[in-house]
Design a protein around this ligand. Structure first.
Ligand code: FES
Length: 146
């Protein structure tokens, strides 16, 4: 058993203009959030290529969330509409790869929604805890041990 067995790997992509600022607000407001997630800031949710998410799962992520501006509020006009379409397809693809689609989540969080950011993070981390480590992580650990 490795030391990482009970530590979940959860990635949260946040767009610079809304979700990242919402996460920052949650932090400065000292809202309670789990420590199991790591945040990656991108300029727009549309910058998150679905390939990044597949790569993350392939390399042991237990859950991935993409958080961007609310529809209509994207600072690059239609970026998050593209994100919404891409991520819907990605969810279908994850099922094809044998991953529970609950391991991936798309959320809209504005800069003023620190409370919402904390809430969705808490919900998502709890959901991933219930699902346990990704089946891909288990395979990776077997490969690493062998
Ligand atoms: Fe936030 Fe595009 S800038 S989703």
């Amino acid at each position: 058993m490795s030391n990482n067995d009970d530590k979940l790997n959860i990635l949260v992509f946040t767009c610079n203009w809304c979700a990242y600022a919402g996460a920052d607000l949650a932090g400065v407001s000292r809202l309670q959030m789990p420590t199991e997630f790591r945040q990656i800031r991108t300029m727009c949710s549309a910058r998150v290529d679905p390939e990044f998410i597949l790569y993350a799962f392939k390399n042991g992520a237990d859950g991935v969330m993409v958080a961007g501006c609310h529809p209509g509020d994207c600072h690059y006009i239609g970026g998050n509409y593209r994100t919404r379409r891409r991520m819907a397809l990605l969810k279908l693809l994850l099922q094809q790869f044998g991953l529970n689609p609950k391991r991936f989540r798309l959320e809209w969080v504005s800069a003023g929604e620190g409370q919402k950011f904390a809430q969705v993070i808490n919900e998502f981390v709890n959901e991933i805890k219930e699902l346990g480590p990704s089946p891909y992580r288990k395979k990776q650990e077997v490969r690493d041990a062998g």
